[in-house]
Each structure stands twice: as C-alpha cells, then as structure tokens.
Design a protein around this ligand. Sequence first.
Ligand code: SF4
Length: 123
Amino acid sequence: MKKIAIYVCGEISERCTANGCLRAFNDRADSFEVYGPEATGLVAFGSCNGCEQDPEGALYSKLEKFLKAEVDTMHLSTCIRGRCDHYEAFVKILSKNFDVIGYTHGSQEGRKKYHIDEEKILS
Ligand code: SF4
C-alpha cells in the first residue's frame, strides 16, 4: 500500500476543514489521480505551526513522525502552494525523505504562486 501524508498551511487550517484535500484523496482526483487503482492510505496529516513559528524548523520537528508513519509520498496542500513563501523550502526538506507532490486539489497548474521547479529546488 502506498502511504500518503498531507501537510497543510497552519493559518488556513484555522478556518478550513480540509474538505477539499480529503475529498480529492477519497475520490483519487486531482493530485491523487496519479495513484489510479493502486492501494493507498492516508497515514498522516499535519499542519504548519504558523508564519511566525519557524515554519521550516516546525516541519523538521515533525519529520520523525512522518518517517515513523512510513510515509512514501507527501502532498503539500494547494493552500501552501498558493500562498506560502516557504513552499520551495518545504519541498526541499521533504524531498530528502519522501516523494513530494506540490498540491492536493485543483488543477496541476492551478492559480498558484509557485510550482515545483525540480531543477531549482533539488540543486
Ligand atoms: S509559513 Fe506558510 S504554511 Fe506556514 S502558516 Fe505561514 S503561509 Fe501557512
């Protein structure tokens, strides 16, 4: 079974139910379409601690838990992609341990501020 985790924006999560992310996962739609009929399980769900709470350090502090959950692929949420200045840093941190998909729901291109530029991030 492919083990999946979702990481969402802490500020948005104060007013979001994660319905868009979870609906896409349950329907294997949008970013989750890549799994097709393959067995997948959502084994972890985390949120950033907040813009003023050392976002990258907070992610590092949660890495051990994601590793313990044996996550294979981490999806950064569409809200992080759309608004977060740490998006590329998050991708870089997570890529050392997991496959990373840079959004959850909506289109692959989206109305995003960022996208995963693998050459830039992984260099
Ligand atoms: S640092 Fe990024 S992910 Fe974290 S709360 Fe702020 S905008 Fe959201």
